[in-house]
Every structure is written in C-alpha cells, then in structure tokens.
Design a protein around this ligand. Structure first.
Ligand code: UDX
Ligand code: UDX
Ligand code: ADP
Length: 463
C-alpha cells in the first residue's frame, strides 16, 4: 500500500515532533495531527511558530517549513482518521491513579478511546500504528476492538515505539539509532510493515530499520527505558558511597565508562531521573512481571525506582541538614524545574519532589526555569496533593530573572542542567545572598573550586 495520507492522534511531546519530521522528509505525504485539546492545537497553529506548545531545539523551524504545506494540526479527529490510510496513536498513557494496578499499571483508557473512535469512523482498510509506549500485548486489545465493528473494514496493527529523548527530539528523529517496527507475521502484516518501512526509508538508511513481531517491539521499548534508568540508579547508588568514602563519582563514571562493555553514556549522577517515561515504564514492567507471578523479576526492576526516590529524598535531606537542620521561612532558590535541559516538559521532574519536601519543612522556594511558567510549577505541586493549592502558592515565589531569584536566598539548588546556569556571574549572585551562601548542585554542572574561591559552600552529588 502506498501511503499518501497519515493521521496522528495526539499532538504532544511524541506525536508533534515525530509528525513534523515525517512531514518535512516526506513532502508527498499529507500529515494531519489531531488532538481533543483545542488550546494545544491552536498553539500548534499559532502564526508565530515560536509559540508552538512544545519547546525542542530546531523544532519550530521544521514546523514553519512544513506547516500548511503537508503538515496540518486540527481538532477534526473523525475526518482526519477517515481520510488516512495510516493512523498513529500517540496519546498519553499515564500510570493508573485508581483501581487495580493503581500507581503501577499504565492507564489505557485514552488508547481504548482512540481504538473505538477509529473503529467508529473508518470506512476503508487502515494500518493502525501504536506510537505511545504500551504494555506488552496492548496491540491485541486494540485489534480486538477494531475487529469487532462488524463493518467489514480490515485493520493491521503495528507497534512502532518512539525512542526520541526530549531536548534532542529533532536530532534523534533525523538520525535515529534504529527504527523499530513490529507487526503480524502473516502476509498482510508483513505488507503493513513494508508500508511503514517505506515512509521511514525517505530519510533513514534501511539497515537501521528493524522489523520484529509485535510483542518483541512493545517489550523492547520498556526494556530500553528500564536499562537506561537502571544505569542512572546504579551510578546514583555509587554517588552516595562516593560521598562517604572520598571517591568522586565523576571520576568513577569516567573510569568505568571507558570500558567498551559498559560505555560512557547515561552515567551522570544527578538528583534523580525524571520525565514521562522512565518511572512509568518501569512500574509498568514491574506490574506486568507481577501479573505473571514473576516476583523476583518485579522486585529486581522495582529497586531502580526505589533508588531513584531515595536519591531525590537524599538531596532535600542534605539541604535541610546543611542549613543547620532548619529551612523554615528561609528562601531557597531553585535553578531549573524541567526534568532535563532543553525542554519545557516537567513530568516527574525531581524538582517537584525536592520542592515538596522542602515546603513541608516550611521553606520558601523561589524558582527560575527559562522555559517553565509559574502556572505549570504550581500545577505540578498541586498534583501531588500534599497540601492545598493556596498553601503551595504561598510557598512558591516567582521572579523574572535568575539573579532576582537568588537575591537574599540562603541556598541555591540546581535541579536542571540548563547551559545558561554555568555562565552566570556567580560573584554577583554571591554578593546578593545570605551568608554563609550554599550551592547544592544536583546536576554537577558548576565549577566547584571556583565557587568555593568566591566564598560559597558548594555541595555536588557524589563527591
Ligand atoms: C570479569 C570482568 O569482566 C573483568 O573486567 C575483571 O577484571 C574480572 O572479572 P571474568 O569473570 O573473567 O571477568 O569474565 P566475564 O567475561 O566478565 O564473564 C563473567 C561471567 O558472566 C561469565 O560466567 C560469563 O559467561 C557471564 N556473561 C558475560 C554472561 O552471562 N553474559 C554476558 O553477556 C557476558
Ligand atoms: C527517555 C529515553 O531516553 C528515550 O529513549 C525514550 O524514548 C523516552 O524516555 P527522556 O525521558 O526524554 O527519554 O530523557 P532522557 O535523556 O532519557 O533523561 C531521562 C532522565 O534521566 C532525565 O531526568 C535526565 O536528567 C536523567 N539522566 C539522564 C540522568 O540523571 N543522568 C544521565 O546520565 C542521563
Ligand atoms: P506524550 O509525551 O506521550 O506525547 P502528551 O501528554 O504530551 O504525551 O501528549 C498526548 C496528547 O494526546 C495530549 O495532547 C492529549 O490531549 C491527546 N489525547 C489523548 N487522548 C486523545 C484522544 N482520544 N483523541 C485525541 N487526542 C487525545
């Protein structure tokens, strides 16, 4: 089947950038991204491309090039599904907050709604592509919904997990390490796989396009994220030991990373990993393992999360301890709120949990993040339901610049590794703070000895 029209349901961090690149690289294909959220679609269509809802380096230029040519953003979900030969499902799959599997299993209600909607409006055969990260065997559920519509329309379900990381989405999409496509092993399934291979082949070398069965593809995404997160929890576990023994975790990471069997990436000790994927996917893996009675497997992976929670808590505990065991009414400046640099996404960011701990100790938190609004910060805290929204608002201070944010503070905590923090005038910041002036570098990005020379008490992770 030659694909000329693609529809993507979900205009978020995955669907938006992925479709922008497909549209840019395949001018012969019309790509329509739909979402129920009118505000989000309006932002994608904003005349000023700098106002698109997702910040990713290089993304606005690509949207500018393709939008209105063969890339469209719309809330007309039914029409876009009906017209397309291929429908990507790229909606969010948060961890369940209710019922069986609460706090662990993926909530598939958005996926099921999509499947039902596709079933309802389709009048011609379609290839349905799972883009969202899903528990193994979700394709089966989607297939069952689609095959029982009784209108004779045939569907093929493919799993095509997205491996892009936020902050580097454009680069990751343009030059992926691999593209993974899982499909049915029967002939029709293989034809569907081929149709999607042809889309990617417009810019990805064919030897990087890997095809598997559906279940391997679904499980590979969870496995990749579990392995990556496990490396961070492993090095973070060592960071605590380094602090006790006089070793330096950066030196340890370098020493082990040069072993080609280990490799140097994803060994940066930090205040803890965040983001929409790692925690969610591991919990999901744990839940699946438990549901098959594989308790040892479940416990093994759950420890990655336990270590990460410990690392976040350890950071807030250290701040309180160093500030003479009380932060009550003290101004603590947070530099960074996003879960990593170069994104405005804050889902599961360590900053949220550290702030929550410190607010419980009655601290006043002044936050500066170049891409995150006060509204978002308060929404993140309110979501934890630790206290009333009024109480959160009373404890969070907002300023226009990092310098104002740090003025009069007892301590600065670095929560995100934004490049601009490194080049600040740290002498000027020091002069404006309470003394002794503390810096807790949750990302190990600042020059510790230089800060100590100015007069700061500097505390990094793992040294
Ligand atoms: C190890 C370290 O690799 C080496 O750097 C250190 O100096 C000494 O300890 P060794 O125990 O000799 O070396 O062998 P290694 O190749 O690491 O294998 C250890 C075990 O893991 C073996 O039983 C091997 O069969 C097993 N293994 C290794 C796997 O099961 N799967 C793998 O992918 C790799
Ligand atoms: C991740 C996967 O990398 C990506 O392949 C998958 O598709 C989605 O999930 P993402 O969550 O966007 O991507 O960001 P990633 O770069 O993996 O970082 C996740 C978290 O780990 C961030 O909070 C980051 O700061 C932290 N991290 C990463 C570390 O603390 N140390 C490291 O060495 C690397
Ligand atoms: P991700 O990081 O997985 O892309 P996001 O939350 O950024 O997650 O994006 C998912 C998008 O999917 C949201 O904008 C949400 O409004 C949209 N969405 C969820 N369910 C549906 C649905 N049934 N139809 C259309 N859009 C949906």
């Amino acid at each position: 089947m030659k694909i000329t029209k693609i529809c993507c349901i979900g205009a978020g961090y995955v669907g938006g950038p992925t479709m922008a690149i497909i549209a840019q690289k395949c001018p012969q294909i019309q790509v329509t991204v739909v979402d129920l959220n009118h505000e989000r679609i309006a932002a994608w269509n904003d005349a000023d491309v700098n106002n698109i809802p997702i910040y990713e380096p290089g993304l606005s230029e690509i949207v500018k090039e393709a939008r209105g040519r063969n890339l469209f953003f719309s809330t007309e979900v039914d029409q876009a599904i009906d017209e397309a030969q291929m429908v990507f499902i790229s909606v969010n799959t948060p961890t369940k907050t209710y019922g069986k599997g609460k706090g662990m299993a993926a909530d598939l209600k958005f996926i099921e709604l999509c499947a039902r909607q596709i079933a309802k409006v389709s009048k011609s055969d379609k290839i349905v592509v799972e883009k969202s990260t899903l528990p193994v065997r979700t394709a089966e559920a989607i297939k069952s919904i689609l095959d029982n519509t009784g209108n004779g329309v045939k569907f093929q379900i493919l799993s095509n997990p997205e491996f892009l990381a936020e902050g580097t989405a454009v680069q990751d999409l343009l030059q992926p390490d691999r593209i993974l496509i899982g499909g049915d092993t029967a002939e029709e399934g293989q034809k569907a796989i081929q149709a999607l291979v042809e889309v990617y082949a417009n810019w990805v070398p064919e030897d990087k396009i890997l095809t598997t069965n559906v279940w391997s593809s679904e499980l590979s995404k969870l496995t990749a994220n579990a392995f990556l997160a496990q490396r961070i929890s492993s090095i973070n576990a060592m960071s605590e030991l380094c602090e006790k023994t006089g070793a330096n975790v950066n030196e340890v990471a370098k020493a082990i990373g040069m072993d080609s069997r280990i490799g140097s990436k994803f060994l940066k000790a930090s205040v803890g990993f965040g983001g929409s994927c790692f925690q969610k996917d591991i919990l999901n893996l744990v839940y699946i393992a438990k549901s098959y009675g594989l308790n040892e497997v479940a416990d093994y992976w759950e420890q990655v999360i336990i270590m990460n929670d410990h690392q976040k808590r350890r950071f807030s505990d250290t701040i309180v301890r160093k500030l003479y065991n009380t932060v009550s009414d003290k101004k603590i400046a947070f530099l960074g709120w996003a879960f990593k640099k170069d994104t405005n996404d804050t889902r599961e960011s360590a900053a949220i949990y550290v702030a929550d701990d410190l607010i419980s100790e009655n601290a006043k938190i002044a936050v500066y993040d170049p891409k995150v609004t006060r509204k978002k910060i308060l929404a993140d805290l309110d979501y934890l339901e630790s206290r009333s929204a009024e109480a959160n608002a009373a404890h969070i201070l907002s300023f226009q610049t990092a310098y104002e944010t740090c003025e009069g503070a007892h301590a600065i905590a670095i929560l995100t590794e934004w490049d601009e923090f490194i080049s600040y005038d740290w002498q000027k910041i020091y002069n404006s703070m309470q003394k002794p002036a503390f810096v807790f570098d949750g990302r190990n990005i600042l020059d510790g000895p230089a800060l100590e020379k100015i007069g700061f008490i500097y505390q990094a992770i793992g040294s």
